[in-house]
Write a protein that binds this ligand. Structure first.
Ligand SMILES: [Mg+2]
Ligand SMILES: [Zn+2]
Ligand SMILES: [Zn+2]
Length: 888
């Protein structure tokens, strides 16, 4: 159907300069007066608002196309210059052309055979179509560079004078100024044969087009005037600028015709040049910006297009759209990761167009009726905002007209229905840095005023709930809905294209909950087991209890409950997050830190971050890779519910007393610290005495720094170890850190033991006063405390000097993040612009739009990372195990 609407197919586009003839042909009106409206408010003929250029007032008709406002596209006019003017945007090109051509005969300053050489070179590239414009530009630049070097003309032997450009538009030859008229007449004389070598296509473009004799005047619709409340007219900046151009042009013509002194004519000419230059670009370097009487700089053509607020980046690349909503997000663990909770208020504004047919007509009529005459005001029933008749007329439904329109609704009408459960929408959080920043969700209409999402989708969006807002877009066509559902749904993005693992998976409380459910010999009585299983909609019979003879009745292990989520053919063995790498396998086995799954039955080990978390979870990775997106989505949803269920049975809390350590531990830490201090002092003394031996490739000072840092690092770790030793797995803070839910053992040891060395730019703190960091220390003190070592813990509190050093380190972190985000944002922009047109073709090569091969094999290994196992194309272990038949 669409094909019939295309009258012609475009096969190529040529870009060229627009010449004076073309500008005049395009023009509907010559503009000669600087006035815009007469006393009655009508546009003055041959003025800037001439009705031939289009109309901006309702009721008037365009004199060119006889159409009204909104229907008339607007038409160009033109201004004839009294004297030619340089186009400031091309002054560099003009300079190149002038200095590579003869000042007398205007031939290219190259011997004929060189010209022929370059011409054939360029022709060859042009014919082969293989070359990009970049290689053509390279040859042209080379030809110009060669020509500029010529001292005399090879054609007429005239000696050449060096040409200079005073930015933006003044050309000089040894100080003598060239008038635009002279420039133009030189450009006019260049023969067509030489132009190709200079990069011009003489069939479409002549170089003298870069010196303007006529200026196109944009249609009024491009520069509409606005009527203020006071009835006053306010003109667009472009119109203001054109008024300036016209005034000066008029004076220049009068003075020239009256035979005024050369000096006056030249001044006016220069002024005209200034106005034309600022009309194009009001931020041209080297000339003052044109301003309003108020002092505000005028916004002229370049300013409209350029930069973040310009037409391209603000109105074309990212424009505001209808059918979208934005509000704060809040969490809801009972939603599926595929869903998004939408407030009723937003759902009643966002609509989906539905074409009525005999099957849905009654339903649509019911919706229409419910909208204006609800049978149950408490219940959300989607309504209808607009009705679009087959002739294309949109009718807004109101309290007055709905009954009338209800009667008229028939198959073929399109109605714009409110959102309802199950509709597919796009959901997005800025900055949109990767494809998972915009995913498709299914709508769940909810009370309240926030969007609700499952916590597992926080990592791909990089969202949290400290006031983050997100955008929602309602897709409007069947094709868009199908694409969104098939390609963009959250479950299709569980596996990351970056590293071949899950980016969507259990986080925070989900991990704590699953760990508490499954660790050690955690077990639950019949009531508890049923309660927990009911959260995952478990319909099977209870398994045989793991502890049938427990006191108080049979008990089921948490692992049994978790096994309900596992596929029957799953066989895995791996080390959990809580695994102690420094201890032996046997010890770890005793401590229950090794996970073993046989035939979908969890035999030992706890479920923690290593099993189910985003980024690292092995069980999650296995399910999403082998069982597909739907299974992975279900697994994540159920793990969330199970974790909440487990937490409801066991509870979990943490507080500052989780970092309490017994007095003997404090003494041990104190000892370790004293020892380290002594060690540092010894190093400093031997350095001062000159006994310290420098490390290979390092100065004495560097050696001291390295040794001291090493010593203090060891002390901090020792303190951490001592603290950690006294903080057991019965401590919720430790459980969270070790299971991979939140925080680390380093965080805990900094709270309980010692904070450690503070660094600025990767070194001990050294700047401050003369030869010391603070006036609290002696000059030249190289000891630990004087250079930013914080031996206190967060819980104990910091001494004033420690606090100061800690603030220095902290400040660096803040500055770093601020600098990094702005810099990486710009880097991302450049990268996207450079790579956006590359694609992987069906033959596995990566090519750009010119079909040039960028990579012969995608990623040089042709592995799609989303389908890989953490980047590896083939999982060798899995294959061996499958062939060997599992088991040990
Ligand atoms: Mg936030
Ligand atoms: Zn018109
Ligand atoms: Zn010459």
């Amino acid at each position: 159907m669409i094909r019939h609407m295309i009258p012609k197919r475009i096969c190529s586009i040529d870009f060229a300069l627009i010449g004076p003839m073309e500008i005049r042909n395009l023009s509907t009106s010559k503009v000669i007066t600087a006035d815009t409206y007469d006393d009655d408010g009508f546009p003055i003929p041959m003025g800037l608002m001439d009705m031939h250029l289009g109309v901006i007032e309702p009721g008037l008709r365009c004199k060119t196309c006889n159409r009204k406002l909104d229907e008339c596209p607007g038409h160009f006019g033109h201004i004839d210059f009294a004297m030619p003017v340089i186009h400031s945007g091309y002054s560099k090109v003009i300079k190149d052309v002038l200095s590579s051509t003869c000042s007398d005969c205007s031939r290219l300053l190259l011997p004929q055979e060189r010209i022929d050489h370059y011409t054939s070179l360029l022709e060859k590239i042009h014919e082969s179509e293989a070359g990009t414009t970049v290689t053509m530009q390279e040859h042209i630049r080379r030809a110009i560079r060669e020509a500029v070097k010529a001292k005399t003309c090879p054609h007429c032997t005239e000696a050449q004078i060096k040409l200079t450009l005073d930015k933006p538009t003044t050309f000089r030859e040894e100080g003598r100024k060239l008038t635009p008229k002279e420039v133009r007449s030189r450009l006019e004389k260049i023969p067509a044969g030489d132009l190709r070598t200079l990069g011009f296509n003489p069939e479409t473009t002549r170089p003298e087009y870069m010196v303007l004799t006529v200026l196109p005047v944009p249609p009024v619709s491009v520069r509409p005037s606005i009527t203020l409340e006071s009835g006053e007219r306010s003109e667009d900046d472009l119109t203001h600028k054109l008024v300036d151009v016209l005034r000066i042009n008029q004076r220049l013509r009068e003075n020239r015709d009256a035979g005024a002194p050369q000096l006056i004519v030249e001044d006016l000419w220069e002024l005209l040049q200034y106005h034309v230059t600022t009309y194009f670009d009001n931020q041209t370097a080297g000339i003052p910006t044109a301003r309003h009487r108020s002092g505000r700089p005028l916004k002229t053509i370049i300013q409209r297009l350029k930069g973040k607020e310009g037409r391209f980046r603000s109105n074309l690349s990212g424009k505001r759209v209808n059918f979208s909503a934005r509000t704060v997000i809040t969490p809801d663990p009972y939603l599926s990761i595929n869903q998004v909770g939408v407030p009723e208020m937003a759902a009643r504004e966002l609509t989906v167009p539905v074409r009525t047919n005999i099957h849905n007509l009654q339903f649509m009529k019911w919706l229409m009726k419910e909208n204006f005459d609800p049978s149950d005001p408490e219940r959300y029933i989607p309504g209808i905002n607009y009705m679009i008749r087959p002739d294309g007329r949109r009718v807004k439904l109101t309290d007055e007209n709905w009954e009338f329109n209800l009667e008229r609704l028939e198959p073929g009408f399109i109605v714009e229905r409110h959102l309802m459960d199950g509709d597919i929408v796009l959901f997005n959080r800025q900055p949109s840095l990767h494809r998972m920043s915009m995913m498709a969700h299914e709508v769940r209409i909810m009370k309240g005023k926030t969007f609700r999402i499952n916590l597992c989708v926080c990592p791909p969006y990089n969202a949290d709930f400290d006031g983050d807002e997100m955008n929602l877009h309602v897709v409007q066509s069947e094709e868009a809905r199908a694409e969104a559902r098939i390609l963009m749904r959250v479950q299709e993005h569980i596996r990351s294209p970056r590293f071949g693992g899950a980016v969507i998976g259990a986080i925070h409380d989900h991990i704590t909950g699953m760990f508490l459910l499954t660790h050690g010999d955690a077990s639950y009585d019949r009531d508890q087991t049923v309660r927990i299983l009911s959260r995952i909609d478990y319909h099977g019979a209870l398994p045989k209890p793991a502890y049938p003879k427990a006191t108080g009745g049979p008990k089921w292990s948490g692992r049994q409950i978790f096994s309900a989520l596992l596929p029957d053919d799953m066989n895995l063995e791996f080390n959990a997050s809580v695994y102690f790498p420094e201890r032996s396998v046997e010890e770890n086995d005793d401590l229950d830190t090794i996970v073993e799954i046989r035939n979908g039955e969890m035999l030992r080990g706890p479920v923690d971050g290593r099993s189910i978390s985003a980024f690292k979870g092995i069980i999650l990775e296995e399910i999403s890779r082998l069982k597909g997106p739907s299974a992975a989505r279900e697994f994540i949803d159920l793990v969330t519910r199970l974790a909440v269920g487990a937490l409801m049975e066991t509870g979990c809390t943490t507080g500052i007393d989780d970092e309490d350590i017994p007095p003997e531990a404090i003494l041990q830490i104190e000892d370790a610290m004293q020892g380290a201090m002594k060690g540092v002092n010894k190093l400093v003394t031997s350095y001062n005495k000159g006994n310290l031996e420098s490390m290979p490739g390092r100065s004495l000072e560097e050696t001291l720094e390295v040794e001291v840092m090493k010593k203090l690092g060891q002390a901090r770790d020792k303190a951490g170890d001592i603290a950690g030793w006294h903080l057991g797995m019965d401590n919720f803070a430790v459980i969270m850190a070790r299971s991979g839910a939140r925080g680390s053992m380093l965080n805990l040891s900094q709270m309980a033991g010692s904070i450690g060395q503070q660094a600025v730019r990767g070194e001990r703190i050294s700047r401050g006063y003369e030869k010391r960091t603070l006036s609290h220390f002696n000059q030249g003190d190289l000891g630990a405390a004087a250079k930013g070592f914080v031996r206190s813990s967060y819980k104990h509190g910091l001494s004033p000097t420690e606090y100061f050093f800690h603030s220095m380190g902290g400040r660096e972190g803040l500055v770093d993040t601020a600098v990094r985000t702005s810099r990486s944002g710009y880097m991302q922009r450049r990268l996207v612009n450079a790579l956006e047109d590359l694609r992987v073709k069906y033959d596995g090569t990566v090519r750009n739009t010119a079909n040039t091969v960028i990579q012969f094999s995608y990623g040089e290994d042709a592995v799609d990372p989303t389908r890989s196992k953490f980047g590896e194309g083939i999982d060798a272990n899995d294959i061996v195990e499958a062939v060997a038949g599992g088991g040990k």
